[in-house]
Design a protein around this ligand. Structure first.
Ligand SMILES: [Zn+2]
Length: 282
């Protein structure tokens, strides 16, 4: 199995929304914000190559967001999904599976391409698009809180494709890649667990968006069920620490991967490192 970190660009979110009820005096020590209180976040995908499958986990924001909305999210950085794939020698048509952890715009937008005539198509024509059934229902019938995150072009283009594959329980996608479902951030968020030799890498998506979100009270203001997020995160961190799993962060602009250890204040970041280091320490 081969793993590649795929940077797709950055965007900004309000730090207060990102860290929920935690006061800025506390969270700003863990994650920097600019003078407008905005935190810059990566949109980091993961590419998994195993035998005849080339699996992309999440796809960044892409180009489907209407201009009127883009100004609130400050897309920045020179990386793009297509260029990052190309830098590792992959073309869009090489991708066999796109796992979308959920359908918020910063996770699924790159799987859809808006053409110059304003119509949209799937970016990866040969790929199954894997989404959980609960997330698909949430996107089709959004609640008021989440509605702005499900962009019409993204959802309608996926709905019109023949490649959507819904999962309704934890599954082993291929040997060594298990998809598990979590509900605190949004209904049916997929968290991929990747077995690489004798070690496990977990793509934490919006369950733990950045390393600063490891302490249990640092729950995102966007989560639909914050108390459930705490329960899920506590069980997740316990299992991850006990089994020496490595966390891979989609949104942390500084920290790509980390290990965990138990402290008197609970489970905490032990060491941070790059995916390359994780791979080379096999
Ligand atoms: Zn999200």
């Amino acid at each position: 199995m081969k793993l590649y970190s795929i940077e797709t660009g950055n965007f900004m979110l309000d730090g207060g929304a990102l860290f929920g009820v935690v006061p800025k005096t506390m969270w700003q020590k863990k994650y920097p914000a600019n003078e407008q209180n905005l935190c810059n976040l990566a949109m980091r995908s993961l590419l998994i190559c195993s035998c005849d499958r080339t699996i992309l986990i999440d796809a960044g924001m892409g180009n489907t967001m209407p201009e009127a909305l883009r100004k609130y999210y400050y897309p920045n950085g020179s990386d793009t999904l297509i260029d990052s794939l190309a830098s590792h020698g992959f073309l869009p048509d090489d991708i066999t599976d796109v796992v979308l952890t959920h359908l918020h715009f910063d996770h699924c937008g790159g799987a859809i391409t808006k053409l110059p005539d304003n119509t949209c198509e799937c970016t990866f024509k040969n790929a199954s698009i894997i989404v959980s059934e609960d997330q698909w229902d949430a996107a089709l019938n959004p609640n008021v809180r989440e509605r702005p995150s499900f962009l019409k072009d993204n959802i309608e283009t996926i709905a019109a494709s023949d490649n959507l594959q819904l999962v309704d329980e934890d599954i082993e996608l291929i040997p060594g890649v298990v998809l598990r479902l979590f509900d605190g951030h949004t209904a049916g968020q997929i968290i991929p667990y990747i077995q690489c030799h004798d070690k496990t890498l977990v793509y934490t998506a919006d369950l733990i968006p950045t390393a600063a979100h490891i302490p249990l009270s640092y729950v995102c203001g966007y989560d639909i069920y914050p108390l459930l997020t705490i329960q899920e995160t506590e069980a997740f961190l316990r299992e991850a620490e006990e089994n020496n799993m490595t966390l891979f962060f989609e949104h942390d602009i500084q920290v790509e991967c980390c290990s965990l250890h138990e402290t008197e204040k609970g489970i905490a970041l032990h060491e941070s490192f790059s995916l390359e280091k994780f791979i080379s320490s096999e």
